[in-house]
Write a protein that binds this ligand. Structure first.
Ligand code: ATP
Ligand code: LTN
Length: 332
């Protein structure tokens, strides 16, 4: 019998997840967990690359974990754990640093963007971020990595590092492929529709958070940037704001862009924005309810975290042993 493929993905606890995280990543994870051996990780160590307030990071990590479960990641089907609970990630990351070139890391778009955003704190962790991500993936021999389009470059790097290591010694790591969902791969900011919707955006009108109340969601969609053309038509070049709203509507309802154009023909942007808000509110309502239940039982959450971290550690150790042996580290 053929073994099920392994998928691995991670998300940072840098704030409440956005609609972009949900449509671009988490929703796909939920669908994939039935078909694959799935491993999902709250990557708290990655979050350290920009300065965090300790008590907020702690709270956000619980929140992130509970939100994943609330979004339908099932701890009976998938492994869900917190990155810093498994020490193998940092260990492998150090080793892989020695197989990654300065030039490669210098080319990473996310590094350039975040360096501009945090000019006062361009630290080595920010630069090294993709190597830790490669370690996350390679540690579990993942075959498939479901991510939004913004993470494609990092995945390419993980593949290159895996290949380089495998060629230098002998096959050690599975070389992972990216998995990009059909829709929602790149949800844009509601205020600057050429940029991705990001939970660390300083303008809170740019994103919809999974825990935003129905009122807030409606307000944010109503103030979304559009254009003066007043036609619901799909034209990402010239009508980026409307195109983004159409993509969100499509990602949730499954209706085609043509069908959406027809449905809202002759209606103003106001009506369309409200319709988008309605479908988003409907999608998030059950998630918010489940989230509240989970957060009211922290001990229960911690028990799941612990059990899953132990399972993940056992998998991680296997890969690490192989790696250490190949490169000549003495193991006793
Ligand atoms: P931050 O703002 O802290 O950099 P982020 O909101 O970009 O974070 P991550 O934790 O880096 O989110 O990403 C988690 C997952 O969500 C990744 O797979 C990423 O590709 C996906 N993702 C993030 N933003 C979007 C978006 N706007 N559209 C689609 N997918 C996204
Ligand atoms: N870098 C990713 C989060 C992340 C990840 C991973 C995704 C960390 N490790 C491993 C997939 C696989 C991000 O910023 N979205």
């Amino acid at each position: 019998m053929e073994e099920k493929k392994i998928i691995f993905s991670g998300i940072q606890p840098t704030g409440v997840f956005t609609l972009g995280n949900y449509l671009g990543a988490i929703r796909n994870w939920k669908n994939l967990q039935n078909e694959y051996n799935s491993i999902f990780c709250v990557v708290d160590l990655h979050a350290l690359t920009v300065r965090q307030v300790p008590k907020d990071l702690r709270h956000q990590t619980y929140q992130a974990y509970a939100l994943l479960l609330a979004c339908g990641i099932d701890p009976e089907k998938a492994l869900v754990f917190v990155q810093s609970h498994v020490s193998g990630h940092t260990e492998l990351s150090w080793i892989l640093n020695n197989y990654t070139y300065f030039g490669e890391l210098s080319r990473m778009t996310q590094f350039k963007v975040k360096s501009q955003k945090h000019e006062d704190n361009i630290n080595a962790g920010l630069f090294d971020y993709p190597v830790l991500m490669a370690a996350d993936i390679l540690l579990y021999q993942a075959n498939l990595v479901p991510i939004g389009a913004d993470q494609k470059q990092h995945l390419e790097l993980a593949r290159d590092v895996a290949d380089r290591f495998n060629n230098a010694y002998s096959p050690t790591f599975a070389v992972p492929e990216g998995y990009f969902g059909k829709s929602g791969a790149r949800v844009k900011s509601l205020q600057e529709p050429t940029k991705k919707m990001s939970k660390s955006d300083t303008n809170d009108k740019g994103y919809i958070l999974l825990l935003d109340s129905p009122n807030v969601i409606r307000k944010k969609f109503r103030s979304a940037v559009t254009d003066s053309d007043a036609r619901v038509a799909y034209d990402p070049e010239n009508k980026a704001g409307i195109a983004n709203l159409m993509e969100i509507y499509q990602a949730i309802t499954g209706e085609s862009l043509e069908a959406i154009e027809t449905k809202f023909e002759g209606q103003g942007y106001g009506a369309f924005k409200d319709a988008v808000a309605d479908v988003v509110i409907g999608e998030l309502e059950p998630i918010q309810k489940r989230f509240e239940e989970l957060m009211s039982d922290k001990k229960g959450l911690e028990a799941i975290m612990k059990e899953h971290a132990e399972k993940a550690s056992r998998m991680a150790v296997k890969t690490l042993r192989k790696v250490k042996k190949k490169i000549g580290l003495v193991q006793v």
